[in-house]
Write a protein that binds this ligand. Structure first.
Ligand SMILES: *Cc1c(COP(=O)(O)O)cnc(C)c1O
Length: 226
């Protein structure tokens, strides 16, 4: 493992977050860096943890559990598509801090029941398919309003915000409208009385644009680990 390379990656990303935040009149502390450790070994997680990274993202329950077994007390964010038959294993973990990918009512019901079973309230984000990409999961933006209302029945789910995965394009300017759409959706929900803060948007290729459009959580994998 090339520690020098990883240190350099982290320094660069932190500097760019700071720079973009300042340029767009935002505070650096408003933007949480989620290190997406999928496909990368626990030694690298340890490395970044020592450098002050507080949250790690995984997109497969099995991988998350395996890594959790090898490390003590990592704060995990689950960012991948979640199947209902995996919810129990995930919620049993005390240190699964957030689920970014809630996208159906059936999944919400399962999460709520398991959270109740384990006597916790689990923070979630609703995944929104802002680009209408047929290959991606997530709700259509217009369906989010009813969905948020339906979520109110679940006492063990705490809605924290919205998440999206923009299409990969060489020029990140092209995905700006998608981030703007997610940000607008949050405002529209605020106007209806649903107050939550988080916008999980931005990955290695497009996080600077996402920060300019109000992201509060960027999910960075390759830019940190590779
Ligand atoms: C892999 C992944 C990321 C990180 O992608 P990079 O382009 O490597 O930064 C972020 N979010 C989700 C949901 C992912 O699956």
């Amino acid at each position: 493992m090339a520690g020098d390379k990883l240190s350099k990656n982290l320094e660069e990303i932190r500097a760019r977050i700071k720079h973009v935040a300042e340029r767009s009149g935002r505070k650096q502390e408003e933007i949480e860096l989620i290190a997406v450790s999928k496909n990368h070994p626990v030694a690298m997680i340890e490395f970044f943890r020592k450098k002050g990274i507080n949250f790690f993202g995984e997109n497969r329950v099995q991988d998350l559990l395996e890594k959790d077994g090898q490390l003590a007390g990592v704060n995990w964010h689950f960012i991948g598509h979640l199947q209902r038959n995996k919810v129990k294993q995930l919620l049993r973990l005390e240190n699964c801090r957030m689920i970014h990918s809630l996208d159906t009512l059936r999944l919400a019901r399962e999460i709520d029941q398991r959270a109740e079973q384990y006597n916790k309230i689990i923070p979630v984000l609703i995944e929104v398919n802002v680009a209408g990409d047929l290959n991606k999961f997530g709700l259509a933006p217009n369906d989010v309003f009813d969905f948020v209302q339906l979520l109110q029945q679940f006492k063990n789910i705490e809605l924290k915000g919205l998440m999206t995965i923009a299409p990969y394009v060489a020029d990140p300017e092209k995905v700006r409208p998608f981030f703007q759409r997610l940000s607008l959706l949050r405002e529209q929900l605020w106007a209806k009385g649903y107050h939550f803060k988080e916008l999980s948007m931005g990955m290695t290729n497009d996080y600077e644009v996402a920060i300019e459009e109000g992201s509060t959580m960027i999910r960075i994998g390759s830019g940190l680990f590779e």
